[in-house]
Design a protein around this ligand. Structure first.
Ligand SMILES: [Zn+2]
Length: 87
């Protein structure tokens, strides 16, 4: 579906599965084991449009309580401290 990495131009791309984070406003869904093609050099990941549409519709089903997710995670949110000294 893709012969070359759009970021770095590398031609070695490997089919894998990964964890995909999908956001709908403040709602987030971690979808596990999503098929993708990953660049062996820079790690950029490419997803089929049908796969992304499926994740989007599954997330909508969960958000509107037509189905239950596998489990819930607790997610902490923090602001990076800009006073952190980088030298
Ligand atoms: Zn690449």
């Amino acid at each position: 579906m893709i012969g070359q990495c759009a970021f770095c131009g590398n031609k070695h791309l490997t089919p894998k599965t990964t964890r995909y984070l999908h956001q709908r406003g403040e709602d987030m869904l971690f979808m596990e084991h999503v098929p993708c093609i990953e660049c062996d050099f820079c790690g950029e990941q490419y997803f089929d449009i049908q796969v992304l549409k499926k994740i989007e519709s599954d997330h909508l089903d969960i958000a509107e309580q037509r189905r239950q997710p596998l489990r819930f995670l607790r997610v902490a949110v923090e602001e990076f401290n800009t006073a952190f000294g980088l030298s």
